[in-house]
Design a binder for this molecule. Structure first.
Ligand code: NAP
Length: 260
């Protein structure tokens, strides 16, 4: 999709996927300091390990503790996290209207969940983290140390009050039968609630299917993927390419390496 963005912006650039073993991360990051390199995206497991290898970090990358975008300028490497604003933009596109002080439920406790907490808390939402391993959810909540971020079991989460559920767990990724949550919890949400699944492969996850069967609206993570890419592209090039260019490219051909 970045190649489509280069073409749309009339820029002469390319974007290539590289497989980097954890032991080679340091040299791969150092390689980004070469003249002509604009930067890079990072995917698992490098998003957290790269932090100490960079010269500066955005406030979002520091708060989330993960970098998905590196920007190179004159030999210096700046780490940013566009997953958080990418999620916010995708939620807005999906019709979420950000009521002040709204209860929202985040499933998962990895880097994607931390990006979700950062985005939602920053927009004045009250975040309830539910994770298969409660201790990991508690560690995420403790990291924010805010009365508006709580780790709870699924049984204790405020389903009836919540307007949004974000699946930031990897359950369902490449597996149409896997779900992070008993569907009975989804039936407790109010009719106007949105279920946002960061997973987009398959395009309709089991959780999305079950949410729709419960009368809720549900979206997959394609919009977030496109928006985080749009924001990374802007950071690298200064060009503001419409999200539709990224979405169209993704829908035409979604390579496996693009999954956040
Ligand atoms: P991660 O650090 O590996 O965390 C995975 C989380 O999922 C953990 O909290 C884990 O629970 C939970 N989990 C895994 N399998 C589960 C299952 N069967 N049932 C319930 N919970 C389960 O991964 P991540 O980096 O946070 O990414 C999470 C997901 O977000 C991935 O699918 C990733 O592709 C997606 N993502 C999408 C975008 C996008 O642009 N759409 C961007 C970023 C990430 P435990 O703590 O109990 O192990």
């Amino acid at each position: 999709m970045h190649r489509a963005a280069f073409a749309h912006a009339g820029l002469n650039g390319t974007y290539d996927a590289l497989r980097v073993a954890p032991a080679d991360l340091r040299s791969a990051v150092a390689d980004l300091r070469r003249p002509g390199v604009l930067g890079a995206n990072l995917s698992l497991p490098h998003k957290e390990a790269a932090l100490p290898l960079l010269d500066s970090l955005s406030e979002a990358a520091r708060a989330i503790g993960a970098v998905n975008t590196i920007v190179h300028r004159d030999g210096a490497l700046h780490g940013d996290n566009t997953d958080a604003p990418g999620l916010s933009a995708a939620l807005t596109d999906a019709g979420y209207d950000w009521p002040d002080g709204q209860d929202v439920i985040v499933l998962g406790a990895g880097g994607a969940a931390r990006a979700a907490v950062h985005a939602l808390l920053g927009a004045g939402q009250r975040v309830w983290i539910v994770n298969r391993t409660l201790e990991r959810a508690q560690a995420v909540a403790a990291h924010w140390n805010s009365p508006h971020v709580q780790a709870v079991s699924a049984h204790a989460a405020p389903w009836e009050a919540a307007a949004l559920v974000v699946n930031a767990s990897s359950a369902g990724l490449n597996d149409p039968d896997q779900t992070p949550l008993d569907a009975a919890f989804l039936t407790r949400l109010s009719a106007g609630a949105l279920m946002y699944d960061m997973v987009y492969k398959p395009a309709e996850t089991r959780m999305m299917r079950e949410a729709r069967a419960a009368g809720l609206s549900a979206e997959n993570g394609l919009g977030m993927l496109a928006h985080q890419a749009r924001l990374a592209f802007r950071a690298w090039t200064g060009a503001d390419v419409p999200v539709s260019v990224f979405l169209n490219a993704l829908q035409a051909d979604a390579p496996a390496g693009d999954q956040g």
